[in-house]
Design a protein around this ligand. Structure first.
Ligand code: GUN
Length: 295
């Protein structure tokens, strides 16, 4: 088998950023500056990194961003007040409350409090419901939307494909499945959604034309689980012990990349695959939110 064809998420994300930048220029010519508010509760190290990356992308593209960092002990009602103020702020077009939220706060209540029109994360029940119904007027969660863009722009055939999604989380697995099974162009897939209680995940992977691994288990997808020529998308970010690495740990995906690469038709590198696309879709969703209220 020749080495698999890498799907370059960084390059595709840059392409989307350049399209988004054009739309921002159009808005700015009309005197409108898109505004995106980040809210981070607590000091989760990964969330600090992710919000930092999203801030830098906003600045680079000309989206005005603000970040509120709240202490871990913040109460649910305090966080709801912060969201309420952002909902009412006409300079803010998008609101993102970084997940995970501390466990004493009901995250469903928080995501339901964000105004659906500013919900650039696509986590509000209205936007989730629209996705399930095939109503394109809502916001689609950024990681599944980014994976969909990757597949389309890498010319992976989705229509009629057998897709196995690993992981049933609200941020990736469930919305990913909903997106790919829609009736319509670049959808119409037959989707199998596997999770921790699924029997024989290997069987479901082996017959898949596209595997999307988003269950958060380090290097779970092995070579023998992949059909020759299949497309493999790795969403995982897992920190594993590695005495040889700086700091004693390193990050790996949900795919055993080194061994799967030679078997897959196309595969995302990790990092450099899905991650940059999530940010690109967040920027695009924010600009869409600004266009909606102002055009
Ligand atoms: N945590 C991991 N992914 C995401 C995301 O897409 N949005 C938010 N808000 N938090 C996350």
């Amino acid at each position: 088998m020749p080495p698999a064809n890498l799907i370059d998420g960084r390059a595709i994300a840059e392409l989307i950023h350049s399209e988004t930048a054009q739309r921002i220029a159009t808005l700015k010519a009309r005197g409108i500056e898109p505004g995106l508010a980040f809210v981070r509760v607590g000091e989760d190290p990964a969330s600090q990194v992710y919000v930092g990356m999203k801030e830098r992308s906003s600045t680079r593209l000309g989206i005005r961003s603000t970040t509120q960092v709240l202490p871990t002990a913040t109460s649910e009602s305090e966080l709801l007040q912060v969201i309420d103020r952002l909902n009412q702020d006409s300079q803010i077009h998008g609101i993102l409350v970084q997940s995970p939220i501390p466990s004493h706060i009901n995250s469903a209540a928080i995501y339901s409090a964000v105004s659906p029109g500013k919900d650039v994360d696509g986590f509000h029940p209205v936007n989730m419901g629209k996705l399930l119904l095939g109503d394109r007027s809502g916001f689609v969660p950024c990681t599944p939307a980014g994976i969909h863009e990757l597949l389309v722009r890498a010319h992976v055939k989705i229509e009629g494909a057998e897709v196995t999604v690993l992981g049933r989380g609200n941020i990736v697995g469930k919305p990913m499945a909903a997106l790919l099974l829609q009736k319509g162009r670049n959808a119409n897939a037959t989707v199998t959604l596997c999770h921790s209680q699924s029997r024989n995940i290997t069987f479901h992977c082996q017959r898949a034309d596209i595997i999307i691994a988003a269950m958060g288990v380090a290097e779970f997808v092995k070579e023998d689980m992949v059909k020759p020529g299949a497309t493999v998308i790795d969403v995982g970010v897992n920190r594993v012990a590695d005495p040889a690495a700086k700091g004693g740990t390193r990050l790996v995906g949900d795919v055993d990349f080194v061994n799967v690469q030679g078997k897959a038709g196309q595969i995302t590198p990790n990092p450099g695959g899905v991650g940059p696309m999530t940010i690109a879709m967040l920027m695009a969703n924010t600009v869409r939110a600004a266009e909606r209220v102002t055009l």
